[in-house]
Design a protein around this ligand. Structure first.
Ligand SMILES: [Zn+2]
Length: 51
């Protein structure tokens, strides 16, 4: 017998979980630093040149 969840997950919750997963997969997007041309996280200080 397979273990069953006590409660059915509502559509809203399911959507939230999917969104969370999507956000996790789309998060590591990098931009090119204008100063040194290295890849860096957007809205973050560049770790190579500090700008
Ligand atoms: Zn830089």
């Amino acid at each position: 017998m397979a273990p069953l969840p006590k409660r059915k997950i509502s559509n809203a919750r399911k959507g939230k979980r999917i969104l969370d997963k999507k956000r996790k997969t789309t998060l590591p997007q990098l931009v090119t630093c204008k100063e040194c041309g290295k890849k860096k996280k957007p809205h973050m200080q560049c770790k190579y040149c500090g700008k």
